[in-house]
Structure formats: structure tokens, C-alpha cells
Ligand binder design. Structure first.
Ligand code: C2E
Ligand code: MG
Ligand code: MG
Length: 887
């Protein structure tokens, strides 16, 4: 308590006793009056202080003691000293019984003394006592009671404001109306009782009764109001608690409600129960199987907790438990929802949820982006009229039929009108056996579809020219042929091949070759009718399918147009201008023909056209072309391709000197690495190559390769010579000499390391011409050999006339060495004669050690034999030579 308050109390005491003294003296001494009355009134005052009438307002309670009523009685019936004494004794006693703090008791007593004294002073000033109760005295007593009330209220307000408990204003005016009424009531009671007691002195004991009745009535009234207030408070608290959702908010609402309902300053929700005997009230709060304690503390000591308070707190705790239970469920749900949102937010797929009526309830960010709609706009919007319509109808189907839609392809719309293809998965949500909604997930598959389309395009089109490829062509051809068998229509296939394409590729580079093909494709495209098929069939081959062409004339007319279109000069990217041409074969297809046959016929016709020159077309003529066996034609076509595809390779068979056993040379022998049939020997294709003239490019190739290989061996310290076979066509070629010179110059091989072989039969065909040609070749510095000697019109005499360096004895002689004495004699003679003529003999086909021994015995200087080494690849021979060198 502040010092000023203590000073104030002291002032009250002094003022009280001063006024009391003054009143007492003005009344002529200290008489106590009727002792029985004094006793009864003191008991009443004490009782009213012990059991005051409690009046509750929102935040506080006020105690009323009906002092003014007792004041009127004492003012009228007792001398002033008696009145003051009665009040002092009664209130002091009550304070002691209630064990009030000493300072509070002193204040109360001084306050009573001051109020009583001022009231008495006022009453006596208005109407001094006359030994009887007059109307004026009744009025004066009433005014005195008023003064008592005012002084009492004022002194209390001053003290309360000094201790900081409340403001003067609220201490004076809070509940003023009720206090005023109580003042009126108790004063009236006092006045009536005083009159009654004056006239009927023995009624003193029963004077207690109206006061008790008055107290009980008022108490009951205030209690009822209080209870009603509490009920209302509980109701409001329930509303407040139930209207909050988060656990923390519910706890706050609980604390606030409990504090205001029970007027406790300190409310807590604790894990442990407060210790027994503490001046608090605690009730359990059951939440999710755990007990916590709702504890109210800090209520005014004058107002201890009662059973009604506990019931109230328990009711609040029950509401709180339920609300906390709900809020923890709510929070769990919210966390669940947040988790769901977090998951769906990270998805690239659009995810939407619908309620049982097909209304949109959720949309993830991916769905918003894909549809161009925000979730807030979409929820509750008119789905039927918006871009959500396809989604809603899918969801409704799921809801209606319980249908699970999995990766269904459809089209969705984007805000703004654009559409995009999607894959949709939609499933109903079933809870407690009933469909309660649907979830729909979708992904934009435009990119995937584009990729698929591109993949499909690549599978059926040529990447370079973007024309349909072989697969598509064959498919359309087969389809056309099938329909021909129904309709009787005639179709035509044109097989076009670029002339000398390999030359373009080799001389100008692959890039130029590609450009040429693209240019040809572009020139052909506009010439082809819609509905016909132009395809790149392979490397430099284009095929055209003309459906329902009518007759061969139309196909030939088209071929003419194509040839003309391609013939125009072509300008390459780098500015170079080239001339190109096609050779075209045409074949007709009618019902019953199969696709392979038609293509084969067109291919054969194309080769016929090529045979005749470049830039020509040829229609397949079954009669004319039937003269040559179909197999032969196929082989020719295949060989032509083999040359282009570089399937022809060169193997080398060592030629060994018999005296030293060293490899002194190797014969170049051509091989065909057939993609299907494996390595083919020359016997399978040389005759055909000779007939078709293909031997010329083949021979040239072998010559080039052999020379550059020999050069390589020389450079690597393995200087051996190479022998290359010349075919009759090559031999008769007028510019053979020039070709050989070019190759030697290009490869840098020393001429004497090259040996050219011609067969004996060829040499003998036209001896003079042979001599002439051989002299020309000899002039180049190369060596010459007669191959397969002994198989033709063998004449050693002629040999002498040829500028020959080597005689290659045919293997038929060598193989007969063991059995035929004639052959043995011939071999021996050839070896000797050749030596005499300055030539070297090479024995071919030595297969056994005996044969070798005999040949050595006969002085044969060189052998080429399976016994020593079979023909092998350049790499194998390189390895062998290295081994020899090392050895
Ligand atoms: P050729 O010029 O008389 O070549 C020798 C042939 O005899 C080769 O057969 C060779 O493998 C084989 N030979 C070598 N030693 C033996 C042996 O001990 N036993 C047996 N049974 N055979 C042996 P290939 O390679 O099959 O060649 C056959 C013919 O094809 C050649 O006979 C040649 O006339 C011709 N030829 C090969 N390559 C070319 C070429 O590039 N151009 C031309 N125009 N003709 C070639
Ligand atoms: Mg040969
Ligand atoms: Mg031979």
C-alpha cells in the first residue's frame, strides 16, 4: 500500500474521531442510550458485514452491508457516541472474524467512523434531537444516511484510486443505480423500524427480521442475476471457443473466457495438476487421450471459489476439450491438405479434384498453367461454358459410372481458344462405400506426339531428300498390286539410277553428292501426279509408282519429262555447276505380278538403258531380255552394285624364290565380299565381268590397289613386286598403256616392281598385235608375264618373240609331276628354255612337299603355291613379310 494511502487512512481516523468528538460533545457527553438496542444493532451490523449482499458486475464484485439502514436507526434511537461505538465494534469484530489484513481493517473502521460521524453531524445540524422522533428528525436522519453514503463512497474511491485498484470515477459510479436503490431500501427500512421501535420498545429483537428478509431478497436477486450472467458468459465462451480453429487460438479463447467468467486474473493450461491446497481452481482438459489442467488463479480473496464456479469451469473445460479435439483434427487435416498441395504443386501433371456433384474443388499449379485458368476463378465458375468443360464431363463420367479412366487421349482447351492433346487419368474417390468425388490428372502430350510423328516420318522417309523410303514404296506397290487383282488396273514402276554418281561423289565429295540427290528429288517431285509415289529406294536410286497408268506410253512420257528435268545444269551451293543424268527402267505391273518381280524387271530395264549410254530410259521387254538367263542378269546387276559399294577387294598370294625361300613378289587376286554369300572367288564373276565390260573398272581398281599396296610395302622396307592379271578386254583397251602409267605415277611405285600377267591363250590370239601391245607396256618399264603357260597353244618359240620376263607354268603340269613323266619332262624343258631365254619361271599350284622338292631339283627358281602360302589379305601378307624380315 502506498504511503499516500496510509496517510489518507490516518487522516480518516483523525477526521472521524474529530467529527465524532464534536458530535458527541455537541450532544452533551458520551451516553450509549438503550443498551439492548445497542447490542442488537451492533450484532446486525456485524452480521451484515460478515454476510454482505454480493453484487456482481462484469469484472468485479461489490459487497453491500445496509449500513445506511442501521445508521438511520442508530441516528434516531441512540446517542451519537452509542451509534459510533456500535459501528466501530461491529465492523471491527467482523474484520477479525474474516481475518482481514490489519491495515484493511483499520481503514474500514476509520471509514465507518468518518462516515457515521459526518452523517450524524449532518442530521443533528438539520434537526437536533428532542427526545421524540419528529418528521423533521426522520428527514434529517435520511439526509444523514445520504451523507454517510457519500462520505463512505468517497473515502473508498479515494483509497481505491490511491492503491491503484480502480479509478475514482468507476469506484464512484459503477453500480451507482443499484447502490442508490439499496440505499433507498435500507434507509426506508431503517426509518420504519425506528418509528416502530419508538412506539413499541419490546419489538427490538424482531427488528432483525425485516433486515434479514431484505438481505435475503436482495441477495437472491443478485445471485440470480449473477447466475444468469454466468450462463450467458458460458454460452459466449462456448461460442468463442468453438469459433476458433487452431489449437493455440482455442487455448487463448479458453483462457480469456475462463478469466472473464471466473474473474481470475491468471488462467493457465498446464501439463501438471496444481498442488493440493493452492488457492486456485483446476479442472482436467482431456485432449487426444492426454490430460491437461485448466487452472484459474488470482481471484479476489474476498470471493473464494465455490461449487458454482467449479461447475462453470468444468462446463467450460468440457467445451474446450471438444474444441481442442476438433482443432487437432482440423490441424491434422490442414497439414494433410498442405502436404497434398505440396506434392501436387511439384508435379508437371495437371491435377484437379471434383466433388460428388462434379464441381471443381481443387486445381494444382500445373493445371492452372496448362489451362490458363487460376484456381480461384475456376472454382465455382460455370464449368459448362468454360475450358473446364472436357475435364468436368470426364469427371462426371467417373462419378456416374465409377469408371477408371487410364491414359485416355483427348483434347483440352486453353484459355484463349488454343487446344492441346492430353493423356487423362480419372478415378472416382470412394469413401465409406459411396462415390464422393473424382480426381483427374492430365499431361500435355503435344511434344510427345510431335516426337512420335517425327519418328514415324523418319521410319518411312529418307532423311536427306524427305522422300518416302523403300519401306513405304514397297508397301504402296504391294497395295497397288493387290487392288490390281480386283480392278484389273495396270500400274507402272520406274526405276531411276543416277549416271556416274560414284564419280561425282568421289571427285566432288559426299556433300556435293548429297546436294545432287536433293536437287534431283526436288526436280522429280513436281512432275509426279498426286496419288503416285516417288521414293528414294537406295543410294542413288529413285523409284516411282504410277497407279492405274493405262499403258506404257504414259510411263514413257513421264520418263521423258523426268530425263529432261534432270538434264538441266545443276548449280551446287559452292557455285560449281554440274551436269547429271538418270537412267530409267520401266516395268508394267498387272494383276498377278508380285512386287519383287516388277522391281526386278524395272531394274533390269534400267541396266539395259545404262548399257546403251547415259540419260536414257528403257522399257522392260520380256521377250528380248528373256534371251539372257534371269540369273545372269541378276548377277550382272549385283556385280554393278558391288563395284559401286566397293565390295570387291584384293588378296595377295606370295611368290617365293626356291633358293632362298624368301618372298620376292605377290600376285593380286580379286575377291568379291558378297554381303550374303560371303567371299566369292574370281571364277564366279570374272567371266561375267568380262562379258559385260565391268572388268574394266574392276581391273583398274585392282591395278590401283595393288600398286599402292606394293609402294607401301616398299616404303616399309619390304620391297616385293606385285603381279596384276590383265583380262582380254583390258588388254585390248587402246589406252591401257596410259592407264598403267597414270596409276604408277599416282602411286609412286617403281615400274619394275609391277608385273602384268596376260594369259597364254590371249597372247596367242593375235600374235602381232600382242607383240605390239607388249612392247608398248614394256616401254613403261614394267615386267610382263605369260600366265597359265601350257594350257593354250604352247609354243616356246613364240615366247621368244614376246618381250616377256616371266613364264607362269600352269598348275595342271605341276600337279601331274608325280604321275606323268611327260609332264615332268615338259616342266623341266620349260624351266631350262626359259632360263636360256633370260626369263624366269614361276611354277603355280604347288600343293605338296614332293612337288616342291622336284621343282627345286629341276632348278625352278620360283613357286606360287598353296603349299607355301595361300592368297591372303594385304594385312596378313604385311604381317608375314614383317616376320620374314625380322627372321
Ligand atoms: P591365275 O592368274 O592363274 O591365278 C592363280 C590362281 O591359282 C589363283 O586362283 C590362285 O589362288 C590359284 N592357286 C595358286 N596356288 C595354288 C595351288 O597350290 N593350288 C591350287 N589349286 N590353286 C592355286 P584364283 O585366285 O581363284 O584366281 C583364278 C583366276 O582368276 C586367276 O588365275 C586369274 O586368271 C583370274 N583372276 C584373278 N584375279 C584377277 C584380276 O584381278 N583380274 C583378272 N583379269 N583376272 C583375275
Ligand atoms: Mg595370274
Ligand atoms: Mg595362272
Amino acid at each position: 500500500m502506498p504511503l499516500t494511502a496510509k496517510v489518507c487512512i490516518l487522516a480518516y481516523i483523525l477526521a472521524g474521531f474529530a467529527v465524532a468528538g464534536f458530535v458527541g460533545m455537541s450532544n452533551g457527553g458520551l451516553g450509549f442510550g438503550r443498551p439492548e438496542l445497542l447490542l442488537i444493532l451492533s450484532a446486525l451490523v456485524c452480521a451484515s458485514w460478515l454476510r454482505p449482499i454480493m453484487m456482481f458486475s462484469d469484472g468485479s464484485s461489490q459487497a453491500h452491508h445496509m449500513d445506511e439502514g442501521f445508521f438511520v436507526l442508530m441516528c434516531l434511537l441512540l446517542p451519537p457516541a452509542g451509534a459510533v461505538m456500535a459501528f466501530v465494534v461491529a465492523t471491527s469484530l467482523a474484520q477479525m472474524i474474516r481475518r482481514r489484513a490489519a491495515v484493511k481493517s483499520i481503514f474500514n473502521v476509520s471509514q465507518i467512523v468518518l462516515s457515521t460521524s459526518c452523517g450524524l453531524l449532518a442530521a443533528r445540524l438539520i434537526a437536533p434531537p428532542r427526545g421524540d422522533i419528529t418528521l423533521a428528525q426522520l428527514g434529517a436522519a435520511a439526509v444523514g444516511a445520504g451523507v454517510y453514503f457519500v462520505v463512505n463512497s468517497l473515502s473508498l474511491a479515494v483509497i481505491l484510486s490511491m492503491t491503484g485498484s480502480s479509478s475514482i470515477r468507476s469506484a464512484l459510479f459503477d453500480g451507482l443505480e443499484v447502490r442508490g436503490r439499496m440505499l433507498g431500501g435500507s434507509v426506508s427500512l431503517g426509518l420504519v423500524s425506528a418509528v416502530a421501535l419508538r412506539d413499541v420498545p419490546f419489538s427490538a429483537p424482531i427488528i432483525v427480521l425485516p433486515f434479514i428478509a431484505f438481505r435475503q431478497a436482495l441477495s437472491g436477486h443478485f445471485q440470480a442475476r449473477h447466475d444468469r450472467g454466468r450462463l450467458l458468459g458460458l454460452f459466449e465462451a462456448t461460442l468463442a471457443v468453438n469459433h476458433t480453429m487452431g489449437t493455440k487460438d482455442v487455448e487463448d479463447a479458453l483462457r480469456t473466457s475462463a478469466a472473464s467468467l471466473l474473474r481470475g486474473r491468471d488462467v493457465s493450461i498446464a501439463r501438471t495438476e496444481p498442488p493440493k491446497g493452492a488457492p486456485v481452481m483446476a479442472v482436467p482438459l482431456e485432449v487426444a487421450g492426454r490430460t491437461r489442467w485448466l487452472t484459474v488463479n488470482g481471484r479476489n480473496r474476498s470471493e473464494p471459489f465455490d461449487a458454482a464456479d467449479r461447475a462453470l469451469l468444468e462446463a467450460l473445460a468440457a467445451t474446450g476439450s471438444a474444441a481442442l479435439e476438433n482443432s487437432s483434427l482440423y490441424e491434422e487435416r490442414r497439414r494433410e491438405e498442405e502436404r497434398l498441395v505440396a506434392i501436387t504443386s511439384s508435379l508437371d501433371e495437371g491435377v484437379c479434384a471434383f466433388d460428388f456433384a462434379g464441381r471443381l474443388t481443387f486445381m494444382n499449379p500445373a493445371a492452372e498453367e496448362l489451362l490458363g485458368v487460376r484456381e480461384e476463378e475456376a472454382i465455382g465458375s460455370d464449368a459448362e461454358a468454360s475450358e473446364l468443360e472436357p475435364l468436368t464431363s470426364a469427371a462426371l463420367r467417373s462419378l456416374r459410372d465409377g469408371e477408371h479412366m487410364k491414359d485416355a487421349r483427348t483434347v483440352f482447351g486453353r484459355r484463349g481458344g488454343a487446344t492441346f492433346p492430353v493423356e487423362v487419368t480419372c478415378s472416382p474417390i470412394v469413401s465409406e462405400g459411396a462415390v464422393s468425388g473424382a480426381v483427374l490428372a492430365f499431361r500435355d502430350i503435344s511434344e510427345r506426339l510431335a516426337a512420335e510423328a517425327q519418328l514415324e516420318f523418319h521410319a518411312f522417309h529418307d532423311a536427306l531428300t524427305t522422300l518416302p523410303n523403300r519401306t513405304i514404296f514397297l508397301d504402296r506397290l504391294q497395295h497397288a498390286l493387290r487392288s490390281a487383282s480386283r480392278t484389273g488396273e495396270t500400274h507402272a514402276v520406274l526405276f531411276a539410277d543416277v549416271d556416274r554418281f560414284k564419280l561425282t561423289n568421289d571427285s566432288l565429295g559426299h556433300h556435293a553428292g548429297d546436294e545432287l540427290l536433293v536437287c534431283i528429288a526436288n526436280r522429280l517431285r513436281p512432275i509426279i501426279r498426286e496419288g503416285d509415289t516417288l521414293a528414294r529406294f537406295g543410294g542413288d536410286e529413285f523409284t516411282i509408282l504410277l497407279e492405274n497408268v493405262g499403258g506404257v506410253e504414259a510411263a514413257e512420257a513421264l520418263a521423258t519429262r523426268i530425263l529432261e528435268a534432270v538434264r538441266r545444269p545443276i548449280t551446287l551451293d559452292d557455285g560449281r555447276i554440274i551436269l547429271a543424268s538418270l537412267s530409267i527402267g520401266i516395268a508394267l505391273a498387272t494383276a498377278g505380278t508380285n512386287a519383287d518381280d516388277v522391281l526386278h524387271d524395272a531394274d533390269v530395264a534400267m541396266y539395259q538403258a545404262k548399257h546403251r549410254g547415259t540419260g536414257l530410259y528403257q522399257t522392260f521387254d520380256a521377250v528380248a531380255m528373256g534371251n539372257r538367263s534371269a540369273e545372269w542378269l541378276d548377277l550382272e546387276i549385283a556385280l554393278r552394285r558391288a563395284i559401286e559399294n566397293e565390295e570387291l577387294t584384293v588378296h595377295y598370294q606370295p611368290i617365293v624364290a626356291t633358293d632362298s625361300g624368301r618372298i620376292v613378289g605377290a600376285e593380286a587376286l580379286v575377291r568379291w565380299e558378297h554381303p550374303k554369300r560371303g567371299t566369292l572367288p574370281p571364277s564366279d564373276f570374272i567371266a561375267l565381268a568380262e562379258e559385260t565390260g565391268l572388268i574394266l573398272p574392276i581391273g583398274r581398281r585392282v591395278l590401283e590397289q595393288a600398286c599402292s599396296q606394293a609402294k607401301e610395302w616398299s616404303e616399309n622396307g619390304m620391297p616385293i613386286s606385285v603381279a596384276v592379271n590383265l583380262s582380254p578386254r583390258q588388254f585390248q583397251q587402246h589406252d591401257l598403256g596410259r592407264d598403267v602409267r597414270t596409276v604408277l605415277a599416282d602411286t609412286g611405285l617403281a615400274p619394275n616392281q609391277l608385273c602384268l600377267e596376260i594369259t597364254e591363250s590371249l597372247a596367242m590370239a593375235d600374235i602381232d598385235r600382242t607383240i605390239h601391245l607388249l612392247v608398248d607396256l614394256k616401254y613403261l618399264g614394267v615386267r610382263l608375264a605369260i600366265d597359265d603357260f601350257g594350257t593354250g597353244y604352247s609354243s616356246l618359240n613364240y615366247l621368244k618373240r614376246f618381250p616377256i620376263d616371266i613364264v607362269k607354268l600352269d598348275r595342271s603340269f605341276v600337279q601331274e609331276l608325280d604321275v606323268s613323266t611327260v609332264d615332268t619332262a615338259i616342266v623341266s624343258a620349260v624351266v631350262n628354255l626359259a632360263e636360256a631365254a633370260g626369263m624366269t619361271t614361276v611354277a603355280e599350284g604347288v600343293e605338296t612337299p614332293e612337288q616342291l622338292a622336284r621343282l627345286i631339283g629341276m632348278g625352278c627358281p620360283m613357286v606360287q603355291s598353296y603349299h607355301l602360302a595361300k592368297p591372303m589379305t594385304a594385312e596378313a601378307l604385311t604381317a608375314l613379310l614383317s616376320k620374314y624380315r625380322a627372321g
